[in-house]
Design a protein around this ligand. Structure first.
Ligand code: CP
Length: 312
């Protein structure tokens, strides 16, 4: 297969295992490209991409912009905080105004779950979801699985525990879909109040004890507590959370095997992981960020190849 089954990347739920393998094989090539002295290819010289960020981002926004520029696309950036959204303009009006300037692809982060799906039904451009509320963050899950494959050779058969604030996490949901499609076993671990009630319907087991979860897994993906999405207190104190669900070097060293530690960022050092864990050889946090550029290049390249006027 040399073509994605979809015209948009709205979530991992909507793509196939074959799509994910195609993205990984394409990303392998782009990873080699971005490690060359000249890190650029001319593939998307005829494509214009708008990055629309209605919510804060460091990694995802910079990673998409670098990926687009390394493919030689024309890029425009939009941040809601400094836009006419503040004057009451609707999402469709904002995006249609941008598209009338001949934009082919929209990369969008939005606080509302389903914002990308809504947009894909109303506008004529390829949409990439860069995170929609607590729903999905598909390119994060792709780069996470690509990084596991890089470190462990394969994702199939691996045991992955996702630790922390599962309830508010788009990274957790996209990772669960991606890991399962690729044949990994997934457990979640965290305070009961931060585990969604539907989780077992997704074929995911809950383990309340961090030490047991770590002893079981090959990979621990430590998620950030998303205070900005909480309107009530979900646990007594940050100190107590860190004591029960924070990963320390002492805990890591007490395991009878060497596991990989991941974190999508931004990290709260001393809460989800201590600094000596974040900076240890077992942590692949910066590999994840580096792989994000190659994976996003692959996603954009493969979606662009489905746009009619574009001939590679
Ligand atoms: N991992 C992630 O989405 O980070 P940002 O919010 O900084 O983009």
């Amino acid at each position: 297969m040399s073509e994605l089954s979809v015209n948009h990347l709205l979530g991992i739920k909507y793509i196939t295992e074959e799509d994910i393998h195609l993205i990984f094989e394409t990303a392998d090539h782009f990873k080699e490209v971005i490690n060359r002295p000249i890190k650029k290819v001319p593939s998307l010289r005829d494509i214009t991409i708008a990055n629309l960020f209605f919510e804060n981002s460091t990694r995802t926004r910079l990673s998409f912009e670098l990926a687009e520029k390394r493919l030689s696309a024309d890029v425009v950036n939009f941040s809601a905080a400094s836009s006419s959204v503040k004057k009451g303009e609707t999402l469709i009006d904002t995006v249609n105004n941008i598209l009338s300037m001949k934009v082919d692809m929209v990369v969008m982060r939005h606080p509302n779950p389903g914002a990308g799906i809504f947009l894909s039904r109303h506008i004529d451009a390829s949409i990439v979801n860069a995170g929609d509320g607590a729903h999905e963050h598909p390119t994060q899950a792709l780069l996470d699985c690509f990084s596991i494959r890089e470190r462990l050779g394969d994702v199939a058969g691996k045991k992955v525990v996702i630790v922390g604030d599962i309830l508010h996490s788009r990274v957790a949901l996209s990772n669960i879909f991606a890991l399962q499609k690729l044949g990994a076993e997934v457990k979640v671990c965290g305070p009961k109040t931060l585990i969604p009630k539907y989780i077992e319907n997704l074929g995911v087991e809950v383990e309340g004890n961090l030490q047991k979860a770590l002893q079981w897994c090959d990979v621990a993906n430590m998620l950030r507590v998303q205070n900005e999405r909480m309107d009530i207190s979900y646990f007594p104190s940050t100190r107590e959370y860190a004591q029960q669900f924070g990963l320390t070097k002492k805990v890591l060293d007490s395991l009878d095997k060497e596991i990989i530690v991941m974190h999508p960022g931004p990290i709260n050092r001393g809460v989800e992981v201590t600094s000596d864990v974040a900076d240890s050889d077992q942590a692949i946090i910066l590999d994840q960020v580096q792989n994000g550029v190659a994976v996003r290049m692959a996603v954009i390249y493969l979606l662009a190849s489905k746009i009619k006027h574009h001939e590679d």
